[in-house]
Design a binder for this molecule. Structure first.
Ligand SMILES: Nc1ncnc2c1ncn2[C@@H]1O[C@H](COP(=O)(O)OP(=O)(O)OP(=O)(O)O)[C@@H](O)[C@H]1O
Length: 359
């Protein structure tokens, strides 16, 4: 009952149809991830009611927005929409833009307070400025605040960081992280960026050619062996854990996850904080020996779960291992896999360089 149902069958042309049947959580961030042209924006526009699929169904928390014989027009759907570029009214100050949203808001629904939005987005010093006096990142923070002040039941974000350079992206991500943890509504978040997915998404849908080829909890989906090896070098997994120790002398923190420990470079987090880390498959190697005579600090006892050959590059093998319930992927040469006689069920040591862990 309390979920987001998205069933779409939309034919754009002979060459492209979007056919999805999704049941998404009604809290947290669900990322729609896929290449350009895979149908991400079309999906979001169908949810928003900006496009109609013939026999679709859109339902949130038991309320139907579209069914066989019902269609709720776009302007009546309780959504906040954030586009790639902030589309603020140029003749209004930031505050004027926010006031516009407040007037449009449904007074019966309270998703977030004005003061909380200002605080979460860090925009108090920007309120009297006009859009042309703001940086791209500041404009986007105002646009996100405006979308929230509509008091929506769902937030739709179409690559909100894609128009920003890397430095601005880096600046705005913490605001987004706070927002995603704070609001109690579902957020559908389109992204091309594995970094954004790892930092923000609880749930992940991978779209390919208008079809959802994978969906599930982010960690589980990323931990599956890739079905195509085209983005092989970027294949990454997500590790979520808690900081339990800090070693200031060496600039390292100890992370606890799934009964394992890992040392990572110190960030600005404190003991007890939850962190999400990205580990690329190419930064993981495998050893059979318990002997610790390498420079690598993180040596996790794991079990080999599956192996797959790269059809495009016979020199490479992807190995999926389990550290408790956490999947770890290693991309190694086929020669090494043969030398180690790797096979399913084998106990091995996954070696992860502390310096290679990304966050
Ligand atoms: N109004 C339309 N009429 C016909 N074809 C369309 C229309 N809108 C989109 N398409 C086509 O549908 C496909 C999916 O487009 P969509 O914008 O949903 O992809 P996307 O995954 O969001 O891409 P990007 O990441 O580049 O924004 C593309 O092949 C696109 O050319």
């Amino acid at each position: 009952m309390n979920e987001l149902t998205i069933r779409i069958n939309k034919k754009h042309s002979e060459a492209f149809s979007l056919t999805v049947d999704l049941l998404l959580p009604n809290r947290g961030v669900s990322a729609l991830f896929g290449r350009s042209g895979s149908g991400k924006t079309t999906l979001l526009r169908c949810v928003a009611g900006l496009e109609k699929s013939e026999d679709g169904e859109i339902k949130l928390n038991g309320k139907s927005w579209q069914s066989a014989n019902y269609w709720l027009p776009a302007h009546k759907r309780p959504i906040g929409y954030v586009f790639q570029e902030a589309s603020l009214f140029p003749h209004l100050t930031a505050k004027g833009n926010l006031d516009f949203a407040i007037k449009r808001a449904d007074s019966k629904r309270k998703v977030i307070d004005y003061a909380d939005v200002i605080d979460l987005m860090g925009i108090a010093p920007l309120l009297e400025k006009y859009p042309h006096q703001l940086s791209g990142g500041e404009r986007q923070r105002i646009a996100i605040a405006r979308a929230l002040l509509i008091q929506p039941e769902i937030l739709l974000m179409d690559e909100p960081l894609s128009a920003l350079d890397d430095e601005l992206k880096h600046d705005i991500l913490p605001y987004l992280e706070n927002l995603c943890q704070r609001v109690q509504i579902p957020i559908l978040y389109i992204s091309h960026s594995i970094d954004e997915v790892i930092r923000l998404a609880d749930y992940l849908v991978i779209l390919e050619n208008g079809k959802a080829v994978e969906q599930g909890a982010t960690q589980a989906v990323l931990g599956k062996l890739p079905t195509t090896f085209t983005q092989h070098q970027d294949t990454s997994i997500l590790i979520t854990g808690t900081i339990i120790e800090q070693n200031n002398e060496w600039g390292l923190s100890t992370l606890h996850f799934d009964q394992h420990r890992m040392m990572i470079r110190q960030g600005d987090e404190n003991i007890g904080d939850a962190v999400r880390l990205r580990v690329q498959s190419r930064d993981v190697s495998i050893s059979l020996s318990e002997e610790d005579n390498s420079s690598i600090l993180n040596r996790l006892p794991v079990v080999v779960d599956a192996l797959i050959k790269d059809p495009q590059d016979p020199s490479t093998i992807m190995v999926r291992m389990l550290a408790g319930n956490t999947p770890i992927l290693a991309s190694i040469t086929a020669l090494s896999a043969q030398k180690l006689k790797l096979h399913q069920g084998q106990q091995v040591i996954a070696q992860i360089k502390s310096a290679a862990v990304l966050r």
